[in-house]
Design a protein around this ligand. Structure first.
Ligand code: COA
Length: 375
């Protein structure tokens, strides 16, 4: 069946590129995972409960959650051969390079490699979710020529992440704060990395190839990389008094301010209020209250100057900083959570697949004859 081309929309803005039952983003500030308000999930649920919800469509029973947690702990171990591959990367490699390479290598060790049926995809989703966190923190230690901390018995993903950096079990307030961040980062419908995962999935390759596509897409500063760039901005500004002039100078040079703007939300990112409150709480907890007023001043100036609102990354950056997570791990941490959204989308795509293959609008030369060069 031939289809009529649709009008061209740069950046696919406003284009409905598929159906999904996983998540709903309301442009007027609302975000629901499988129908549940994310703010409510962030205050009531654990990340593991939310991960199950995203993968299976319903909240887990107590028994299902206990079994899911057991599987996540049991599946954490990274094969030593994968850690050896990471050790061979040059010193200039970055944490995202370690993660991308590590996930690619992990695929070869998966007993379901190459299978794209629903059950195999669910099993791989659990393994990927279990392993991205120790892969990230082990990669970080390897980059710094240290041995990874063991810690695979840490009960939650948040605790495993923090243990992997310090070698010590975190305080409950630290793992609770990280758990909230993981919930807010878990899923966001057809964002660039998820769409990349779905495009890859639509050719029916293994899930690991789809997740590698997604990690590569997440890295850029216009998407997941913004949470690293936003921290650099906040550190450079340093005080609320400097914020207004800093923004004006950068806007005058037509530079983008990281942590602001969004393709879908035009009146504010629905995840920001929860993250802003978290920054206030852990700012008081740590005695480092300087970041909130800088962010708020930036919000005020950006709204006045450009009519733009903060996105999640503006507030995630200082919260991660207060949890003593090094800035180059901000984007890998995002991937450790978003992998659950990617995996759910890959599974949904492959369960109801049609290859994703749009058209381009040709802008090149008119047809012409080949002429052999004479000189
Ligand atoms: N700083 C300065 N100007 C910005 C801006 C920002 N963060 N975000 C958008 N703008 C400007 C655009 O340049 C454009 O200006 P113009 O009309 O003069 O050309 C205008 O605002 C409208 O942009 P819009 O169409 O809404 O952006 P987009 O949908 O193409 O891009 C983002 C969305 C997220 C990529 C973009 O806002 C951005 O680059 N933000 C910074 C990176 C970031 O925080 N990413 C994380 C997203 S969750």
């Amino acid at each position: 069946m031939s289809e009529q081309p649709q009008p061209y929309s740069p950046g696919l803005a406003g284009v409905i590129a598929g159906e999904s039952a996983i998540c709903w983003v309301d442009p007027n500030s609302g975000l629901r995972y499988r129908g549940y308000d994310v703010e409510e999930l962030a205050s009531e649920a654990s990340f593991e409960q939310v991960a199950w919800l995203i993968l299976h469509g319903e909240l887990p029973s107590k028994g299902e959650l206990a079994e899911f947690n057991r599987q996540l702990v049991a599946q954490r171990t990274i094969p030593p051969a994968v850690l050896d591959i990471l050790r061979k990367l040059p010193r200039g490699a970055r944490a995202m390079d370690m993660l991308r390479t590590g996930v690619s290598a992990l695929g070869s060790f998966d007993p379901d490699l190459g299978k794209v049926d629903h059950d195999a995809n669910m099993r791989k989703s659990v393994r990927l979710l279990a392993r991205l966190t120790p892969l990230t923190t082990s990669g970080w230690q390897i980059l710094h020529e240290k041995n990874p901390f063991p810690g695979d018995d840490q009960p939650s993903l948040a605790e495993r992440f923090l243990f992997g950096l310090s070698g010590k079990p975190p305080q409950p307030w630290q793992s609770d704060a990280l758990d909230t961040i993981l919930i807010l980062y878990a899923e966001h419908e057809f964002n660039a990395s998820t769409f990349a995962a779905r495009v890859t999935a639509s050719t029916l390759p293994d899930m690991y190839s789809c997740i590698v596509s997604a990690i590569g897409t997440l890295e850029g500063p216009l998407h997941g990389g913004a949470n690293e760039e936003a921290m650099k901005v906040l550190e450079e500004i340093g005080s609320p008094q400097r914020a207004e002039q800093w923004v004006k100078d950068h806007l005058a040079r037509k530079e983008k301010i990281m942590g602001f703007g969004h393709r879908v939300y035009k009146t504010g990112d629905s995840r920001v209020p929860t993250m802003r409150k978290l920054l206030q709480t852990i700012g008081k907890q740590t005695g480092q209250t300087q970041w909130l007023p800088i962010c708020q001043k930036l919000e005020e100036v950006m709204e006045k100057e450009k009519g733009l609102f903060a996105n999640l990354d503006l507030y995630a950056a200082p919260v991660l900083h207060l949890l003593e997570i090094p800035v180059p791990l901000n984007t890998p941490l995002f991937a450790c959570s978003r992998v659950v959204g990617w995996a759910a989308h890959v599974t949904e795509q492959q369960d109801h697949n049609r290859i994703i293959r749009p058209r381009s609008q040709y802008t090149g030369p008119a047809p012409r004859k080949f002429v052999q060069a004479e000189t």
